[in-house]
Design a protein around this ligand. Structure first.
Ligand SMILES: *Cc1c(COP(=O)(O)O)cnc(C)c1O
Length: 407
C-alpha cells in the first residue's frame, strides 16, 4: 500500500487507524513536544559557531549569559498574560527602590533608554508633541543637547533620533555660553569622564543653576555595583544603563532611571502606545521580569568575591602565556567602563612568527573556539564571561597556539 493510500485508508477506517496507532504507541512511546525541544541543539542544527568568550560583554558576541534565576523569571513570565503598563509600573517601583531613583522603566537596552529619556524631556506630557517627534521645528520643543566633545564617541545617535542636534563644548566657559533657550538637555558619558574638563557634580550643578535637565549614559559602568545608584543620587535627571552587559539581564534590555515626571513622559513614547518614535523599542513581559530579577541578583552577589575569582582565572591564563618565550603580559583593571581584570598579551616578533591578529584567528578556529579582542599586535582577554572551568581550557589552548608560533 502506498503512503497516500494508507493515509486515506486510516482516515476512512477508524478501526484500522486505531489498530495502527496503538501498535505504534506500543513500539515507541511518543516524546512530548517539550522532550523533543530539550533534545535539540539549535546552534549546531543551524551551524552557528558558539565559543568560549574570553573577550567580554560585546554586543556582536551576544554580550552576556543570563543567570539561572533570570532565565526562570523569563520562563514564568511566558506562561501568563498581564497588562503591559501594569507590569512596567510594578517592576519600575521595585527597581526604583534598588537603584534609589525616583522612577525606573525597563527599556530595550541603554540606547533605547537614551532615546526615550530624551523624548520625555522634549515632549513632557503633551501627546501632540509625542506624535510630532522627531520633528522639532515649529512644535515649540527645544532642539539642542550640549555634550562635551570628548564624550561624543558613538552613542549620541540615540539622542539625535529624537530630532535634537548635539552642540559640542570643551571648556566650562564654552558650556555656559552654549546654554540658550533652545537647550533641551546637557548630556554626559561616564566612561569618557576622565577625558573631559567638566566632571559629573559640576555638570549637574550647572544644569540645576540654569534649569537644564542633565542626563548620563552609564551603559557599561557596573561594576562597581554602587554605580547603579550613584548618579541617581547625584541628581542627574535621567540615567541610562545596559541590562545585557555586566548586569547579565536579557541582552535586549536596559534601564531608564530618573525623575518621576520624566520617566512618565518617556513612557508616552513607549509601547503599548503607537504613533510614537519608540513604538519599535518594545520590551516584552519576559524581558521586563528577567531584567528585574537580574538587577535583584546583581545587588545580592558578593562582588569582591566575584572579582577575586575573575582575577584568579585571568592569572591562570596569564601564567600559561608567560611560559612561552617571546611573550609579554600585563594585567590591569580599567578605572572607567568594563571594570574587570584585563590581560594584555604582546609579542616579541623576533621569537614569535605570527601577529596577534593571526593568533586570535587561531584561537577562534580551534576547538573549542575562543574569542578574544585586540589590535594587530596584541591579544586582550577578560575572565568575566568565562564559565566554570573555561579558564583552564583557554589557558591550555592559548599555550598551544603560542607555542606553535614560536620560531
Ligand atoms: C553598550 C553601550 C550602549 C548601548 O547599550 P545597549 O544596552 O546595547 O543598547 C550605549 N552607550 C555605551 C557607552 C555603551 O557602552
Amino acid at each position: 500500500m502506498k503512503r497516500r493510500d494508507l493515509i486515506k485508508y486510516i482516515s476512512i477506517s477508524p478501526l484500522a487507524g486505531g489498530a495502527i496507532a496503538s501498535g505504534l504507541a506500543n513500539a515507541a512511546p511518543k516524546s512530548t513536544p517539550i522532550e523533543v525541544a530539550k533534545k535539540r541543539d539549535l546552534f549546531s542544527e543551524l551551524g552557528v559557531r558558539t565559543f568560549i568568550n574570553a573577550a567580554g560583554t560585546y554586543t556582536a558576541m551576544t554580550a552576556t549569559l543570563m543567570r539561572p534565576a533570570t532565565v526562570e523569571a523569563i520562563r514564568q513570565a511566558s506562561h501568563k498574560f498581564c497588562m503591559l503598563d501594569d507590569l512596567h509600573d510594578k517592576v519600575g517601583e521595585r527597581l526604583a527602590e534598588i537603584t534609589r531613583a525616583e522612577a525606573v522603566v525597563v527599556t530595550s537596552g541603554a540606547f533605547a533608554a537614551l532615546t526615550l529619556g530624551m523624548a520625555g524631556i522634549l515632549t513632557g506630557m503633551d501627546p501632540v508633541k509625542v506624535k510630532q517627534l522627531p520633528k522639532l521645528e515649529g512644535t515649540g520643543m527645544k532642539t539642542e543637547v550640549i555634550c562635551q566633545k570628548s564624550h561624543a564617541i558613538g552613542y549620541n545617535q540615540a539622542l539625535t533620533n529624537t530630532g535634537v542636534k548635539i552642540v559640542m563644548v570643551e571648556t566650562l566657559d564654552e558650556l555656559i555660553k552654549a546654554i540658550n533657550p533652545n537647550t533641551a538637555a546637557m548630556h554626559f558619558l561616564h566612561v569618557q569622564s576622565d577625558k573631559g574638563q567638566i566632571q559629573h557634580e559640576e555638570w549637574v550643578a550647572i544644569g540645576k543653576k540654569y534649569g537644564i535637565p542633565t542626563t548620563i549614559d552609564i551603559a557599561a559602568d557596573v561594576p562597581p555595583v554602587s554605580n547603579l545608584w550613584r548618579f541617581n543620587e547625584m541628581g542627574f535627571d535621567f540615567v541610562a544603563i545596559s541590562g545585557g552587559k555586566a548586569l547579565r539581564g536579557p541582552q535586549s534590555a536596559g534601564l531608564l532611571m530618573g525623575k518621576k515626571d520624566l520617566i512618565k513622559a518617556a513612557r508616552l513614547s513607549m509601547p503599548p502606545r503607537g504613533e510614537t518614535i519608540g513604538r519599535g523599542m518594545k520590551v516584552n513581559k519576559e524581558e521586563i521580569l528577567g531584567m528585574m530579577v537580574a538587577v535583584e541578583e546583581f545587588v545580592k552577589i558578593d562582588h569582591d568575591a566575584e572579582a577575586l575569582v575573575f582575577l584568579e582565572r585571568i592569572k591562570k591564563i596569564q601564567a600559561a602565556a608567560e611560559s612561552v618565550p617571546g611573550i609579554t603580559t600585563k594585567i590591569s583593571t580599567p578605572v572607567l567602563g568594563n571594570v574587570t581584570p584585563t590581560l594584555n598579551i604582546s609579542f616579541d616578533y623576533s621569537k614569535i612568527g605570527k601577529t596577534g591578529e593571526q593568533l586570535r584567528l587561531d584561537l577562534r578556529d580551534g576547538s573549542p573556539s575562543i574569542e578574544s579582542v585586540g589590535g594587530k599586535d596584541n591579544i586582550g582577554m577578560t575572565a568575566w564571561s568565562l564559565q566554570e572551568g573555561e579558564d583552564v581550557i583557554v589557558a591550555k589552548r592559548l599555550k598551544e597556539v603560542l607555542e606553535a608560533a614560536v620560531k
